[in-house]
Design a protein around this ligand. Structure first.
Ligand SMILES: [Zn+2]
Length: 378
């Protein structure tokens, strides 16, 4: 089972950065730059000048829609994030899939949005799960002032996710559920309980399920400070990237609860004043009140999941619930709807629980599963 995350956004920069790397010989570098220039994707046709920047989409309606989002979000990102400053020449392009270059293989297939600081350009996937939230995430990248660059590894991704969560409350539960689940999966898995009780005889079944993700090594909670999972030049599987995004979100959201974004910004300023390239991991762990152990991070991720997040998790990944229900209710008719008196809960052992009794979507999937099983084999 793969990790479950609604949005995987990335910031672009790897490809761009290598073009401006100092080199002893200028000529080959310029040749590469010229070639890349020729291979830049063409801007989308419909251009709208918004108050906060230029938006380019496929048609006027799309550009107008996104320019409204831009003008709504940009001032709020700047008000929320200490030291934020959006570039004056900011552009937002809406594309099929976000890419800077037309060269094959240079798109980022699993990204819903990218930000290229070199071009002051946000690239959004038209099909993004939540376009507004993706734009908020990329605006946060674009707005982060110089000190924020002292955040190590993938931590900036957690900050941008948190900003998008705070500015887009509609998608917040889904984001939290996905990120916290991914964090738990990166640290060895998420243990859940499904509890079913029948109405007539009070019989109860409990299934203990552990959602498992990709193996992210013994110390993913250390790797998150070293790996730049958000850079498009960093080669990681989608599942592993999600794991690091989840861990970064867990760290930043805990730190922000305790010391605020101001406190996080102060850590960056301290590092800058001390001549450090990066904020030491120990300072961030302290701010988040997290220990440096995989188990501590796994527990912290699970504990942060509440009833709403558990419900969102089941919506994102219903199969483990449908599998269990299919077994439990095999002798019950579903013709008239959810079996009378049957209650269903998904819970964290010793933690939050969400009532799923009578859930229409689960019932529909259960019926579809049965119909499939009754089809003659071909
Ligand atoms: Zn990002």
């Amino acid at each position: 089972m793969g990790p479950i995350t609604p949005t995987l956004t990335g910031r672009c920069g790897g490809e761009v950065r290598f073009l401006v790397k100092p080199s002893s010989s200028k000529a080959p570098l310029l040749a590469v730059a010229a070639l890349m220039g020729a291979c830049m994707v063409q801007p989308p046709a419909a251009r709208v000048q918004a108050a906060e920047g230029i938006v380019r989409g496929d048609d006027a309606a799309e550009s107008a829609r996104v320019s409204l989002l831009l003008d709504r979000l940009a001032p709020r990102v700047q008000a929320l994030v200490p030291g934020a400053d959006l570039p004056e020449d900011l552009e937002v392009w809406v594309q099929e899939s976000p890419r800077l270059y037309a060269l094959p293989g240079m798109g980022v297939a699993d990204a819903e949005g990218l930000y290229s600081a070199h071009h002051s350009r946000i690239l959004l996937s038209r099909a993004a799960d939540d376009l507004e939230r993706t734009l908020a995430h990329e605006l946060a990248h674009a707005a982060l002032g110089a000190e924020w660059a002292r955040l190590p590894g993938t931590v900036e991704e957690g900050l941008c996710d948190l900003v998008s969560e705070l500015l887009c409350p509609e998608g917040a539960t889904r984001l939290r559920a996905g990120r916290l689940c991914s964090a738990a999966l990166a640290c060895g898995g998420l243990a859940l309980e499904l509890r079913l009780q029948s109405g007539d005889d009070g019989r109860q079944w409990i299934a203990r399920v552990t959602l498992a993700g990709e193996d992210q090594g013994d110390d993913p909670q250390r790797a998150v400070f070293a790996v730049e999972a958000g850079l498009s030049s960093t080669a990681l599987t989608t599942g592993t990237k999600r794991g690091f995004y989840g861990l970064a979100y867990l760290l930043v959201s805990r730190a922000a609860e305790r010391v605020g974004l101001e406190g996080l910004h102060a850590l960056c300023e301290d590092a800058s004043a001390a001549g450090l390239e990066r904020v030491p991991a120990a300072r961030l762990l302290e701010a988040a009140e997290l220990e440096d152990s995989r188990e501590a991070w796994r527990s912290a991720a699970a504990e942060a999941l509440g009833a709403d997040e558990l419900r969102a998790l089941v919506v994102m990944y219903p199969h483990f619930v449908v599998d269990a229900l299919d077994g439990w209710l095999h002798d019950q008719s579903l013709e008239a709807g959810w079996p009378e008196g049957v209650t269903l809960q998904v819970a964290l052992p010793g933690g939050a629980a969400a009532d799923l009794s009578g859930d229409a979507s689960l019932l529909e999937q259960l019926r579809a599963r049965r119909a499939e099983a009754q089809e003659p084999a071909r």
